[in-house]
Design a protein around this ligand. Structure first.
Ligand code: FES
Length: 157
């Protein structure tokens, strides 16, 4: 990865891309989503402050573990004056996100187990297949003709 001399305080999009490993298109996308900012030169070229490298590293690390961009943006926006996340910020947020990741892994494991039941079945039964109707509220409340009668009842307003 190319090093950028300490005396350089602003980076072009190409330098930022080369140093961070993020594609130029990804950097433009991050900017359009408010994750990073730049200033424009008189020639209308983007210039990024050097600490944008750290912001990009933060965004990419969070994305790698599946944190949605909206959540990343919220986390960055909560930092005082939207400063670049420090080591302590990342430690705190990564701890919080780990619990969310653990929960997602638990949910995915449950889905995988349900999917295993579907393999070779194909019924997609509303009564028997957990994946085809996971929140079977109607099934718990009413069934058959009683449910149909209730659905046909005109709405009162
Ligand atoms: S398709 Fe039959 S149980 Fe899911």
């Amino acid at each position: 990865m190319p090093q950028i001399p300490e005396k350089i305080h602003e980076l072009t999009v190409g330098q930022l891309s080369a140093r961070s490993g993020a594609a130029v298109s990804a950097l433009h996308f991050y900017e359009s989503k408010g994750l990073i900012t730049s200033r424009r030169t008189s020639g209308n070229q983007r210039r990024y402050s050097r600490d944008t490298l750290r912001r990009v590293a933060f965004v990419r690390a969070a994305q790698r573990v599946g944190i949605p961009l909206a959540t990343i943006r919220e986390a960055l926006a909560e930092l005082p004056e939207e400063r670049t996340p420090t080591r302590a910020d990342w430690a705190r947020l990564s701890e919080k996100w780990r619990s969310e990741l653990d929960e997602r892994i638990r949910q995915l494991n449950r889905l995988r187990d349900h999917l295993t039941d579907c393999i070779g079945c194909g019924c997609l039964s509303l009564e028997n297949c957990v994946l085809s109707n996971p929140d079977d509220i109607s099934g718990e409340r009413l069934t058959g003709s009683r449910l149909l009668a209730e659905e046909r009842r005109p709405l009162r307003g």
